[in-house]
Ligand binder design. Structure first.
Ligand SMILES: [Fe+2]
Ligand SMILES: [Fe+2]
Length: 145
C-alpha cells in the first residue's frame, strides 16, 4: 500500500480504492461460478483492508474536525460495521445459489452509499481542516531567504 504522507495523499488513496471497489461490485454479479467466487473474495479482501486504513488514518483525524467530526465519524463507522457484517455473512453463501444475488444487491447498495458519503462529506471536511505540519526542531526562521 502506498504511503500516505498528508491529507491529499490519503484522500487520493481512498478515492482510488473506492473506484476499484465499485468495479468489483459491478463485476461480481456479471461473473459465474469460480469467476464470481474469485471476484467476491477479491472484493472482500479489498473492503476489509480499505476500511482498516480508514479506521487507522481517516476517522481518528475526522474526530478532531469541527463540532460534528465525531458524529460524522460515528455514522460512517456504523455503516462500515453493517457492510462488513453483511460481507462476512455472504462469504458463507453459495455464489451460484438463489440467496446470493439479492443479498449481494443489498451489500452493493450499502457500500456504494457509504463510499459516496465518504467522498461527499468526510473527505471535504478533512480537506477543509488539513493536518498542521510538524514544527522542525532546532530551526528558527529569522529574516528573509
Ligand atoms: Fe469506509
Ligand atoms: Fe471508503
Amino acid at each position: 500500500m502506498a504511503p500516505t504522507g498528508d491529507g491529499g495523499d490519503i484522500a487520493r488513496l481512498i478515492c482510488e480504492q473506492h473506484a476499484t471497489i465499485r468495479e468489483l461490485l459491478a463485476r461480481v454479479p456479471e461473473e459465474r461460478g469460480v469467476g464470481r467466487r474469485l471476484a467476491f473474495d477479491e472484493l472482500a479482501e479489498l473492503l476489509a483492508a480499505h476500511e482498516a486504513v480508514e479506521e487507522r488514518v481517516l476517522y481518528p483525524r475526522l474526530r478532531s474536525v469541527g463540532l460534528h467530526g465525531g458524529a460524522v465519524a460515528d455514522d460512517r463507522r456504523a455503516e462500515e460495521a453493517t457492510a462488513l457484517a453483511m460481507l462476512a455473512r455472504l462469504g458463507g453463501v453459495d455464489v451460484e445459489g438463489d440467496a446470493f444475488a439479492p443479498a449481494f444487491a443489498v451489500l452493493r447498495s450499502a457500500v456504494l452509499r457509504h463510499a459516496e458519503r465518504e467522498e461527499q462529506i468526510v473527505l471535504p471536511l478533512l480537506a477543509a481542516d488539513p493536518p498542521q505540519p510538524a514544527p522542525r526542531s532546532g530551526h528558527v526562521a529569522v529574516g528573509g531567504p
